[in-house]
Design a protein around this ligand. Structure first.
Ligand code: GDP
Ligand code: MG
Length: 435
């Protein structure tokens, strides 16, 4: 247990010689971190309101066995009050129960295996020392501790049946088709105790996550997320250029007939396969904000890629491109990968912008370029894939660093952090270490 997570009053009230039952303290500490994130302040551990909240969560957690999802009134939006309440609740449930239970298991396991505890201690002392707080960068220099943390997760198997998920599209799984909308309850235990992945599944052994030379080695059977990468994408451009239709066409494979300006798809995600990697694209649509020139900074924050859209039948939307480009590069990131899309390609007879001049503009501004039609679907998927492929190439060549804060890229599988290593060395998983 980290004494830093206790307030000074609580610390002084604890006698060092007293036996400690950590369930409540760990639960409170983790929950207080969530409180800091959500409310910007923490509770004292004797605060009646806080104690009531914790006790409610505890009781509810026992009752909650299957229905975590909720019915949505509008399938096009994720941003409902109900979703907000559920997400906040899930943050508390996830923090208060699963994390604190895992921490408790970790303490028990380290008590049971003092030789492992000793090695972790040595590594902490060597890399972090006693005079400063740990930092994210330390992790890559601490393969043994990293392996112990992973092995605790595997061995403790806190939620053997994971949480229920619902398929967002028809899925072909081996000889079966799982139709869209099916609730899937994965049996995580069967993977965590699979002898074809872990040699002694019933033994607590950090060696399950280390290679022969003591380097951290991620197991493909141990994937916290379903995709290798997660990229945040934006769709930007003037109102009426077809941004919402492009997103709809990409996600649903059909043209959105009843285009409504105010109620658009605000957010969509799709898992695509790019060069053998599964990439989850999390795509943000301005949802009408651009009409009032009020596209917020938070919209841009941390985006890895963008579709910059104009309408080939409207010179006005083409003339606005420079402004959108400046916003994307200053508010998202200078290295954001952008593809210019001349949409409504099907309306060639009404064209006001030629292919040639737009491709020159793209070249001058280092953009990729395609003409698309959200109506016929032409080049829509290509535009998203081209952008994703370029981001992946840039990660491989080292030009883009996903570890950088706000890169808009997250790993689903940490072994891919070694994408930049020469082929053959990829499974070696020696993390870049600056110590
Ligand atoms: P947004 O404001 O950029 O999100 O634009 P919308 O997606 O709401 O589309 C604006 C209008 O353009 C709607 O009337 C759509 O039906 C139409 N539209 C969008 N994409 C295309 C396209 O590729 N071809 C044609 N012909 N019309 C389109
Ligand atoms: Mg729209």
């Amino acid at each position: 247990m980290n004494p830093l997570s206790l307030g000074p009053a609580e610390l002084s009230s604890l006698s060092p010689r007293l036996a400690l039952r950590p369930t409540f303290l760990l639960g409170s500490a983790v929950s207080n971190i969530v409180c800091c994130l959500v409310f910007g302040s923490r509770f004292g551990y004797k605060d009646q309101e806080f104690l009531t909240l914790l006790s409610c969560i505890n009781q509810n957690f026992l009752l909650l066995s299957s229905r975590w999802g909720q019915e949505k009134q509008n399938p096009d939006t994720e941003f409902t009050t109900e979703n907000l309440v559920m997400t906040t609740l899930e943050l508390f449930f996830a923090g208060t129960e699963t994390v604190s239970t895992t921490l408790r298991c970790r303490i028990l396991l380290l008590m049971k295996y003092p030789e492992i505890k000793e090695k972790v201690h040595k590594e902490i002392d060597r890399v972090i020392g006693r005079s400063r707080l740990p930092a994210t960068e330390d992790r890559s220099c601490m393969p043994y501790t990293d392996a112990v943390i992973h092995e605790v997760h595997r061995f403790a198997d806190v939620i053997p049946m994971s949480l229920p998920h619902v398929t967002t599209q028809d899925v072909q799984f081996r000889a079966y088709v799982i139709p869209k909308g099916t609730t899937v309850i994965p049996l995580l235990s069967s993977v965590l105790r699979d002898t074809s992945w872990f040699k002694n599944t019933d033994v607590f052994d950090p060696g399950h996550f280390l290679d022969g030379s003591g380097h951290f080695q991620k197991s493909n059977a141990f994937m916290p997320f379903s995709a290798d990468f997660l990229f945040k994408f934006l769709v930007i451009g003037s109102a009426g250029t077809g941004k919402s239709c492009l997103l709809h066409q990409f996600i649903e494979n059909k043209f959105k007939q009843d285009s409504n300006h105010t109620i658009g798809v605000e957010f969509g995600s799709k898992v695509v396969n790019v060069g053998g990697k599964t990439v989850k694209l999390q795509i943000w649509d301005t949802a009408g904000q651009e009409r009032f020139r009020s596209v917020t900074r938070s919209y841009y924050r941390g985006a890895a890629g963008a579709l910059l859209v104009y309408d080939i039948t409207s010179r006005e939307t083409y003339n606005a491109l420079t402004n959108w480009l400046t916003d994307a590069r200053t508010l998202a990131s200078p290295s954001i990968v952008i593809i210019l899309c001349g949409n409504k390609k099907d309306l060639d007879a009404d064209r006001e912008v030629t292919f040639l001049e737009a491709s020159r503009f793209a070249q001058e501004n280092e953009l990729m370029f395609l003409e698309t039609s959200a109506l016929t679907g032409e080049n829509v998927e290509e535009a998203f894939l081209k952008c994703a492929r370029t981001i992946l190439n840039k990660i491989e060549s080292g030009e883009l660093d996903p570890e950088r804060m706000g890169s808009g890229i997250q790993y689903g599988d940490a072994s891919l952090r070694h994408l930049r290593q020469p082929r053959g060395a990829q499974t070696q998983s020696k993390q870049p270490c600056s110590c």
